[in-house]
Design a protein around this ligand. Structure first.
Ligand SMILES: [Zn+2]
Length: 370
């Protein structure tokens, strides 16, 4: 039975979220991770001549660009207040204008060729219709995501930017021992990705909300135009993925992207691929980290990246008054995360570099030199 009534679960979830709703100052917990400026460089090789540019836009939303080829992950800018989640939510035009300004200041919209959608919660997908309706990225060819994605956005099918559902034969499944069936997908002439089956950290305690089967009818009737309102809880998670992304060149750069904390071994890339090429930079999720055992220690010990960039760490249940007005995401205990990070053993080189962990404020432009 697919009940569309929110029943009592949602109000309980919301009130629980509210009771956990103190948002902490970042400076109190991780001041050393936050770049002082909105433009920063991470050097993998001091003498390196290549650069990958990463624009962090908040939550799981990133643009990764190298030599004029770019991809975007989890488009989202319409921060919603907690109580709004009880009802219907819609894209926010003021936030869109700010977001567009940020994108335009750093990336050519012509550069974006593909999008990766990690799962179909509102904070990873709900603003995509606005971007499609506005034809913001003229060279966007494909948007990869779970089977819910095209059904939720059925009125936004576009003749150039195609919705592509990730097929089991393309996705590496870490729960199957040595799953031989997976495929690298070309996202741009020199960018490829390997999707990995992942799962989603619970929101509160052991409970994951917004996880019911898709109510396709709700989207068919309610999300016809980009500015339409949709019940927040109808944006259910669906299948969740993390991604290995290679920027191919004379010296290939490998990036791991995981925009929601996952339970081991979910989300972990195949060892065979890591043996061929190690992960240089890991972009991983901060929100809900303490709700998953040994996260992110297990993950980082497995992929051993050279640098770690935290995403989805800021409180997205409020609208910042200025770019510096950022607080830690509510519902995640920063004291616990700090302890866990301190328990992760770093190599001498990582300790010496001092920028092994970076926590960029939304709007920060990061240059990876290698
Ligand atoms: Zn989510």
């Amino acid at each position: 039975m697919r009940s569309s009534s929110p029943g009592i679960i949602i109000p309980i979830a919301i009130s629980a979220l509210l009771t956990l709703s103190c948002t902490h100052k970042v400076s109190k917990f991780h001041p050393e991770f936050i770049p002082k400026k909105f433009e920063t460089t991470l050097a993998l090789k001091p003498s390196g001549s290549q650069t990958l540019n990463i624009l962090y836009l908040g939550c799981g939303n990133l643009v990764l660009e190298k030599d004029g080829e770019a991809i975007m992950t989890d488009p989202f800018f319409s921060n919603q207040k907690v109580l709004k989640l009880l009802g219907r939510i819609k894209t926010n035009p003021e936030r869109y204008a700010e977001w567009m300004q940020l994108v335009d200041a750093h990336v050519s919209t012509k550069a974006v060729r593909s999008m990766l959608i990690s799962h179909t919660h509102y904070d990873h997908l709900m603003d995509l219709p606005t971007l499609l309706q506005g034809h913001v990225f003229p060279n966007l060819k494909a948007i990869y995501g779970n089977p819910y994605m095209p059904k939720m956005l059925q009125h936004f099918k576009d003749s150039t930017a195609k919705f592509v559902v990730l097929q089991p034969a393309q996705v590496y499944n870490p729960n199957e021992q040595n799953d031989p069936e997976y495929q690298w997908i070309n996202l741009a002439p020199h960018v490829r990705c390997l999707p990995i089956e992942s799962n989603h950290a619970p929101h509160i305690g052991h409970k994951l909300y917004m996880n019911k089967p898709l109510d396709e009818k709700h989207f068919r009737s309610n999300l016809v135009w980009a500015a339409d309102k949709v019940k927040a809880f109808k944006w259910t998670a669906g299948s969740v993925y993390s991604f290995l992304v290679d920027f191919i060149g004379s010296d290939t750069l490998r990036v791991f992207i995981q925009t929601s904390a996952s339970e081991h071994p979910n989300g972990l890339p195949p060892l065979a691929e890591l043996k061929k090429k190690k992960v240089d930079v890991a972009l991983i999720c901060y929100a809900s980290a303490p709700l998953v055992d040994d996260y992110p220690g297990d993950l980082l010990n497995y992929i051993t990246p050279d640098k770690v960039i935290f995403v989805h760490w800021e409180d997205f249940f409020r609208t910042p008054k200025s770019p510096n007005d950022v607080r830690l995401v509510r519902g995640t205990k920063p004291k616990k995360v700090k302890k866990r990070l301190e328990a992760i053993k770093l190599t001498k080189a990582q300790l010496k570099a001092r920028d092994y962990y970076t926590m960029p404020k939304p709007g920060t432009y990061i240059h990876i030199k290698y």
